[in-house]
Write a protein that binds this ligand. Structure first.
Ligand code: PEP
Ligand code: MN
Length: 367
């Protein structure tokens, strides 16, 4: 896949993060221009976002202002100099956004799940080279996310960005959408040149959790943040709980601890290599120990088979786990972490012993 760096858009300098800020929805000309004016004062290089057509769960909720909103966005461009972005979900949205000079388009999570619609949007963009940002699908399917990005790449769009906006889960968790950083890492390792922005607002779901998610995204060295920003969040017509004012946005970004993207100093590099070497040795030792432990589990399996004893010996398992947890505690290890590891080890021992016990005893057939 051919991905180009988007000039002055994503990660303008090493260690710098791109900021995409603006309301969930464009609600009125005044709201859009006022919010954009405040954002541009604090962050003249930011990209201004606003939803023009809103995907709502139930009909008859506020569904966005449509074409009128595009006019306000082009006014934002001419009055503040900020570049502007909006969500497109059907080819008509693409056509109108191009007509009003929207700089960057984004594909929402509800669209990324639908390859037919993504293909139609890609076809509508054939022959243009407008940057496209693709949000992750609602559920954690990395291939579907990559597939959507590929569909735009296949029609010649090479200014592509992925947006991590978290994933829907059944369990009630603290965040509105669970972040899955490991998927972002996998995406980065599969397409290293693809910038990834973190939409902390749709992950957090509430203003009070934004800082935590933003710091995590920065610590993981993602390329930028998308943050829903409204001049008066309490009056917002969509996603009111998760939006913040431009002032709060400034406070939030000022309070983030920025990290160096890599190890630049030679001495630090040298020390780091030394520590990493020790870690590699310990990892080897862990694996050797695991393999020896599994061999012993198999030996016990043979014994259980010989004496026709059931595999699961609850008392013994209880003793093992209690002993390990108390030792872990003494050693200053997080006991829940150690418990989880031993549950996995025990499961694997049981699996190995089950295969031994269910093997056909061909050597000594019954007479
Ligand atoms: C949004 O950005 O306002 C939006 C609708 O996002 P998502 O597609 O991530 O739900
Ligand atoms: Mn929103």
């Amino acid at each position: 896949m051919k991905i180009m760096k988007i000039q002055n858009f994503i990660s303008p300098e090493p260690g710098q993060h791109t900021l995409i800020a603006g309301p969930c929805s464009a609600e009125s000309e005044e709201q859009v221009l006022q919010t954009a004016g405040m954002i541009s004062e604090f962050f003249p290089k930011a990209i201004f976002r606003a939803g023009t057509w809103k995907p709502r769960t139930r009909p008859n909720q506020f569904e966005g202002m449509g074409e009128a909103a595009l006019q306000w966005l082009s006014k934002v461009k001419s009055t503040t100099g900020l570049r502007v972005t909006t969500e497109v979900a059907i080819p008509k949205h693409v056509e109108q956004s191009l007509k009003y000079g929207i700089d960057i388009l984004w594909i929402g999570a509800r669209t990324t799940v639908n390859p037919f619609m993504v293909q139609e949007l890609a076809e509508a963009l054939r022959g243009t080279n407008i940057p496209v940002m693709v949000k992750n699908p609602l559920h954690p399917d990395l291939q579907l996310w990559i597939g959507a990005i590929e569909r735009f790449s296949n029609v010649g769009i090479d200014q592509l960005v992925a947006i991590h906006r978290g994933f829907y889960t059944f369990e009630h968790l603290e965040y509105r959408n669970s972040p899955r950083w490991e998927l972002v890492y996998e995406l980065k390792s599969l397409i290293p040149e693809l910038p990834v922005i973190c939409d902390i607002s749709h992950i957090a779901g509430s203003a009070s959790l934004l800082h935590m998610v933003a710091q995590q995204a920065v610590d993981l060295n993602l390329d930028g943040l998308m943050i829903e920003t409204h001049r008066d969040p309490s009056q917002a017509l969509s996603d009111a709980q998760q939006q913040i004012t431009p002032h709060a946005l400034k406070t939030l970004l000022d309070s983030l601890r920025l990290r160096n993207p890599g190890f630049t100093e030679e001495v630090m590099q040298f020390r780091m290599n030394g520590i990493r070497k020790k870690i590699d040795e310990l990892d080897n030792l862990l694996l050797t120990n695991l393999s020896q432990r599994m061999e012993l589990a198999k030996e016990i399996g043979e014994l259980k088979k010989e004496y026709n004893v059931s595999i699961l010996q609850l008392q013994r398992w209880k003793e093992v786990i209690e002993k390990c947890m108390s030792k872990a505690d003494q050693m200053g290890l997080y006991t829940e972490f150690v418990r989880n590891i031993f549950i996995q080890i025990h499961d694997e021992s049981i699996r190995l012993q089950s295969t031994i016990l269910t093997e056909q005893d061909v050597a000594s057939p019954k007479i």
